[in-house]
Write a new protein. Structure first.
Length: 91
């Protein structure tokens, strides 16, 4: 088990509801009103903060896109952003 891992458990209620233990919520950065994602992998389930998971998925999908678009250094990116801003200003 990883060094920062811990074990906790919770009881499933009649309607399938489970209270996420406080230490788990804190570890995941989950507060009241946040959404969570259940990732089922075989017989295992991971519970993740939906906002963080969405960002991780987006980042993994974007790997290599800058290079494919010809943005290979900071100067290329700055020029690209200036071009986009110019298009917005010109309508």
């Amino acid at each position: 088990m990883a060094a920062n891992a811990f074990i906790d458990n919770a009881k499933v209620m009649a309607k399938g509801q489970v209270t996420i233990p406080k230490d788990v919520r804190e570890a995941l950065g989950i507060t009241c009103g946040d959404r969570i994602t259940f990732i089922v992998e075989g017989s295992n389930v991971r519970i993740v903060n939906s906002a963080i998971y969405a960002m991780q998925v987006l980042q993994s999908e974007m790997v290599g896109e800058a290079e494919r678009s010809g943005l290979t250094n900071d100067d290329d990116i700055i020029a690209f952003v200036k071009e986009l801003r110019s298009e917005d200003d010109n309508g």
